[in-house]
Write a protein that binds this ligand. Structure first.
Ligand code: NAP
Length: 249
């Protein structure tokens, strides 16, 4: 069992996408509990404010809120975000690509192109844009972490899951490609994580007939997420983790 020290993430500035709900919310709160300074990026201001309020009550640096729609923002907004982080923090020690949408589960011949575009925009295009513009800030860290969130359906295609499944395949490729590019040129450690079945809004939408209590809560993932965000994963560059892994041997 991984037993992280209380100050594991002290002096680390970490951006979490989709920080207002689900796994991203739990990751943001947990990273803050272990001392990180959080940049909370998400679509809905109220959800981010609620996470902000929870973190503000802790004895940890105040987080910052970034309301940002990964589907609708233009490229220039991503560039401006990087400039703002440069001005406010001067670097980034962690970027958790977590936000995603499920999209419809229908046969390809019935898959509406507007749904395909939306899923691809949130799940892969926005991840490319954030990575492109924030990499220079991660490289300024002594020990940066770039974490991609994958899924079982990004390893084996799932019939009827359309763009979600394919976007996760593309994400796997992007993670490996970036890892390759950074191999000998930076201190940034690139990893991917498949959280597996986790009790969230997305899981509930995908499996409406399932009893949510039969699925693990996001808190169970946090030892793994802390490991990936903190200094102990220094030698894990280009590795893929799943929630079942005994990663802390
Ligand atoms: P979730 O509960 O649906 O949360 C997703 C988060 O992403 C929400 O905060 C959501 O904001 C945000 N988001 C969605 N569209 C956005 C946009 N256009 N701009 C900004 N933020 C946006 O999902 P989750 O289950 O926590 O999933 C987190 C990650 O784990 C995803 O990458 C998912 O693919 C992966 N995953 C989950 C499971 C599982 O069983 N839960 C299994 C395998 C992989 P709103 O709250 O405003 O919608």
């Amino acid at each position: 069992m991984y037993n992280p020290g209380k100050n594991l993430l002290e002096n680390r500035v970490i951006l979490v996408t989709g920080a207002g709900d689900g796994i991203g919310k739990q990751a943001a709160i947990t990273f803050a509990e272990f001392g990180a300074e959080l940049i909370l990026l998400g679509r809905k201001q109220e959800k981010l404010e609620s996470v902000y309020d929870m973190i503000s009550k802790m004895d940890t640096p105040k987080p910052c809120i970034v309301p940002f729609d990964l589907e609708l923002c233009e490229e220039i907004a991503y560039s401006r975000l990087a400039t703002k982080i440069q001005e406010d923090y001067g670097r980034l020690d962690g970027l958790l690509h977590n936000a995603a949408i499920l999209g419809p589960r229908v046969p390809i011949e019935n898959y509406a192109y507007k749904d395909w575009e939306a899923v691809m925009q949130v799940n892969i295009n926005s991840v490319f844009l954030l990575t492109k513009f924030l990499l220079a800030l991660l490289k300024k860290s002594d020990d940066g972490r770039l974490i991609f969130t994958n899924s079982g359906v990004g390893q084996k295609p799932r019939a009827y899951w359309g763009a979600y499944s394919i976007s996760k395949y593309a994400l796997n490729g992007l993670a490996k490609l970036v890892a390759d590019e950074l191999e000998n040129t930076s201190n940034v450690v690139v990893t991917s994580v498949n959280p597996g079945a986790t009790r969230t809004k997305m899981r509930n939408a995908a499996y409406p007939g399932e009893n949510p209590d039969s699925v693990k809560p996001a808190t169970n993932l946090m030892p793994l997420y802390l490991y990936l965000a903190g200094p102990d994963s220094r030698n894990e560059h280009n590795s893929f983790f799943s929630s079942e892994d005994d990663f802390s041997k």
